[in-house]
Design a protein around this ligand. Structure first.
Ligand code: 26V
Length: 822
């Protein structure tokens, strides 16, 4: 019996082939003889997008008809990674498509490589947002991700003479097949100017805001399909444009260039992602970006509320708005402004709706990363919001006085305005006061927020605080990135674990099966071989595939202590130089990560690592026992290649500084063992996998505080530890810098005289632990067993679990399954 499949929806190999050639012809305007790789990639992307659209539209129709309660995830960053492969996995058509393109003489892996990833984030915070969108779609939770469509995402990193060089990321230069622009749903945002008070027709006090500038926000929508569901949610990113009518005056007076200039100023707003992850340095454009995407998003939600005939008084029943750090915290004042000034609501009702709608996630314990805006800058750009914040502050401080009478120091500490010197708006305080929920991202982090960073707020509103330990999506970070391990696992326990990661525990039954262990080991080995080939090609370095692949991949930051890792490398190097025949377990040290362009010390650490590599990799005494590799331009695409190849995952931040970490989870999920401090989610990973399967070292967070309180003296460690002194002296001698003794002096001085992140205090514990790692690695059966148990016990760290907990404890939201009707 004959079956006809639709060219836009059919999933058979035959149909996919036909649709692919059709798109090549009708969308790309090419035929095979003259098509480039990019043409083929685009044709395939459109073929896959066609198959998403049916699900996307169905989802939208059902959400609209039922006016479903919806999560609105506000984030300045979404680090989505390449879409094509992920959509193939989630549609369940990876193998069919691979076959279809191969029958046309093409290689799927090759086409996947073509995709420029949207790098619209710095690191953990942006990637977490992306994992959460994947899990919300998979769990069939109605949700919208709202953010900025930066024209330039995180910079591309090149390494020249060992130094990081930044290159602009032109991710849109070949077009973006995954998005659909919706100019008909544009929204206008005001900036600058002044306010005027007036009395309305009912005799009420009102405020009018006369802006200096108006910006138009155009939404660009990307469908996000859940894993083997029909739910396709939306990522809605805003681009800034000049409103059409805005330059008329200038145009009519003949000032054409002036009019064009206005347009360029407006478009600047969504031009570039700020590449810092530690401080906002009071940049006007950054604050403008924040109000821009927050205002567009809130106005969009209000339009949706009206469109579904929900009264505005029930805004908080239709939407719950999660603030990803303080970058969107201006939402507190903006929602108040929209409800009061634009929609005539009274203060108390508006405040109740605002608090019930908003929830705040904190992502950092670094004091310098807590956002504050100088009052002068803030009032100039957002005069009305500043008035509203003063009023919120007035009511809030009255509340504090009532709860803690005669405690003026507490009022000063908690105020939304920092008045200790130049005045600032404290965005974390605004977020805490305006939200009904405040959460940290790992148990230890939440505890430290309560005891330290947000202590006063915890005492004021203990019921608002809760923990939501981070998670990662197993779809991208094992099914897509590690098909070999995925297949082995599924051959033993079926494939339910992809949606129920706790099911991985069934692997424990096979840990004594020699056949299974040997398969496990040969898969790791094959993946390492692939990385060896990549390193040979990229870096021209020949790596020993039997060595320990010891990997640290994350943003460069002093608190993350990549330089502690470097001290270990030099320690081993010194041992070899002192005794060239010493028996050392061979290691390959692999680094990946970017430094903020203005963060001098982080860039110097990158230079140090590359300089050590130049010496160690070429010293004949070392032979093939040690290699140091810096893989440039670390990204999501690249991360997917690196995690599966790791034997050892470096998670060595100073305890009390890493809020959670998520790379730690991705490595362990791919069978790497972790060497780490008791920081962030490491604590919980160790708890889950068992202490005997985790390499722990170093000071705990309380020990760090105690040591600092006693008075920490790094020089004492330098003078009393022979190996440590030799390492520092080796760097100082110019051994890694062609005799230049000045190059690394700023780094060495900072360690010897300050050592804010306690590298010297943790040095010996780290070296001892690494020696133990080397010893364990020699017992290959034991290592394999530990690796299997790590994977088997990672179930907790699925982002599905995190999202489930957000739904239960914060969002009060249920799933809405989507049937694929006509
Ligand atoms: C901070 C700032 C500060 C102002 C200037 C612009 C900017 C841009 C990004 C950030 C983000 C820093 C916070 C962050 O990425 N935190 C990381 O969040 C991860 C997800 O929760 C967590 O796993 C990491 O431990 C934490 O460092």
């Amino acid at each position: 019996n004959l079956q006809i499949e639709d060219d836009r929806t059919g999933l058979s190999v035959e149909c996919l082939k036909r649709a692919f050639l059709d798109n090549l012809f009708y969308v790309q305007g090419k035929f095979p003889k003259i098509a480039t790789k990019n043409d083929y990639y685009m044709a395939l992307a459109y073929t896959v997008r066609d198959r998403l659209l049916q699900r996307w539209i169905n989802t939208a129709v059902i959400y609209t008809d039922r006016a479903s309660r919806t999560v609105s995830y506000l984030s300045a960053e979404f680090l989505m990674g390449p879409h094509l492969g992920n959509n193939l996995v989630n549609l369940g058509i990876y193998d069919q498509v691979k076959q279809a393109v191969s029958e046309l003489g093409l290689d799927l892996e090759d086409l996947l490589e073509q995709e420029e990833e949207p790098g619209l984030g710095n690191g953990g915070l942006g990637r977490l947002a992306a994992c959460y969108l994947d899990s919300m779609a998979t769990l069939e939770i109605p949700s919208l991700g709202y953010g900025i469509r930066y024209e330039f995402g995180i910079f591309d990193q090149d390494i020249r003479d060992g130094w990081q060089v930044e290159i602009t990321d032109k991710w849109l230069h070949c077009g973006n097949p995954w998005e659909i622009a919706r100019p008909e749903w544009a929204i206008y945002v005001r900036l600058g100017g002044h306010t005027e008070a007036y009395t309305d027709e009912r005799g009420r006090y009102r405020v009018r805001w006369i802006p200096f500038q108006v910006i138009k926000g155009v939404p660009h929508d990307t469908p996000l399909l859940g894993y083997k569901t029909n739910t396709a949610n939306t990522l809605r990113l805003w681009t800034a444009e000049a409103p059409e009518s805005f330059d008329f005056a200038a145009f009519n007076s003949g000032d054409y260039l002036g009019a064009v200039q206005e347009k360029m100023v407006s478009e600047n707003l969504s031009k570039v992602l700020y590449p810092n992850d530690d401080s906002s340095q009071g940049k006007r454009l950054r604050l403008a970006q924040q109000i821009f995407f927050v205002s567009c998003s809130l106005q969009d939600m209000i339009r949706i509320v009206f469109g579904q005939n929900v009264p505005l008084e029930k805004f908080h029943e239709k939407f719950v708005v999660q603030l990803n750090d303080t970058h969107p915290a201006i939402a507190v004042a903006e929602l108040m402004r929209l409800l009061i000034d634009e929609h005539d609501m009274g203060w108390d009702q508006a405040w109740s709706i605002t608090q019930k709608s908003l929830a705040y996630t904190n992502h950092t314990l670094l004091p310098e990363a807590l956002e504050r805006w100088p009052i002068s800058l803030f009032g100039e750009l957002l005069p009305r919001h500043l008035e509203i914040i003063y009023e919120i502050n007035y009511h809030f401080l009255e509340e504090v006085k009532a709860k803690f009478p005669a405690d003026s120091d507490r009022l000063r500490r908690m105020s939304l305005i920092d008045e200790s010197g130049e005045k600032y708006v404290r965005m974390a305080h605004l977020a805490c006061v305006g939200s009904h929920s405040i959460n940290g991202v790992a148990a230890l982090h939440t505890k430290l927020l309560q005891q330290d960073v947000l202590r006063d707020f915890y005492q004021m509103y203990p019921e608002k605080f809760n923990n939501k330990t981070n998670g990662v999506t197993p779809r991208r970070f094992i099914v897509l990135s590690n098909p070999r391990l995925t297949n082995l696992i599924s051959s033993k326990i079926g494939d339910n674990w992809v949606k129920n990661l706790k099911d991985l525990k069934h692997l424990e039954a096979f840990v004594d099966d020699p056949e299974f262990c040997s398969q496990w080991r040969s898969i790791k080995s094959a993946i390492k071989q692939d990385l060896v080939a990549y390193i040979q090609k990229q870096n021209g370095i020949t790596v020993n595939p039997d060595s320990i692949f010891d990997i640290q991949a994350k943003r460069f930051h002093e608190y993350k202590r990549q330089h502690l890792n470097a001290l270990h490398i030099i320690t081993l190097y010194n041992r070899i130089k002192a005794n060239p025949d010493i028996d050392i377990t061979p290691r390959t040290f692999i680094f990946g990560g970017k430094a903020a362009p203005g963060y001098y010390m982080a860039k110097l650490i990158i230079k140090l690592i590359n300089s050590i590599g130049d010496v160690v990799n070429n010293d004949p005494d070392v032979r093939d026992r040690l290699k140091v590799v810096f893989l440039k331009n670390y990204s999501v695409k690249f991360a997917q290649r690196v995690y599966p190849a790791a034997d050892l995952s470096e998670q060595i931040s100073m305890a009390g500084k890493e809020a959670s970490g998520t790379g730690n989870m991705k490595f362990a999920l791919n069978g790497a063992l972790t060497i780490g401090t008791l920081d962030g989610a490491n604590v919980e990973i160790r708890e889950e996998v068992g202490e005997e399967n985790f390499f722990i070292f170093g000071l705990t967070a309380p020990e760090v505080y105690a040591l600092k309180a006693r008075g920490y003296r790094p020089l004492d460690y330098y003078h009393s530890n022979r190996e440590l002194k030799a390492v520092i002296d080796r760097i100082a001698s110019g051994h890694f810098s062609h005799g230049d003794t000045k190059l690394f002096k700023p780094l060495l001085d900072s360690l010897l005289y300050r050592d804010e992140y306690l590298l010297f205090a943790d040095y010996q514990a780290y070296i001892d632990c690494q020696d133990y790692v080397s010893q364990v690695y020699r017992d290959r059966d034991r290592w394999t067993r530990m690796s299997i148990l790590n994977v088997a016990r990672m179930g907790k760290f699925s982002s599905d679990r995190s999202i489930h907990d957000y739904c239960q404890d914060i969002w009060n939201i249920q799933s809405v399954p989507i049937e694929l009707g006509e």
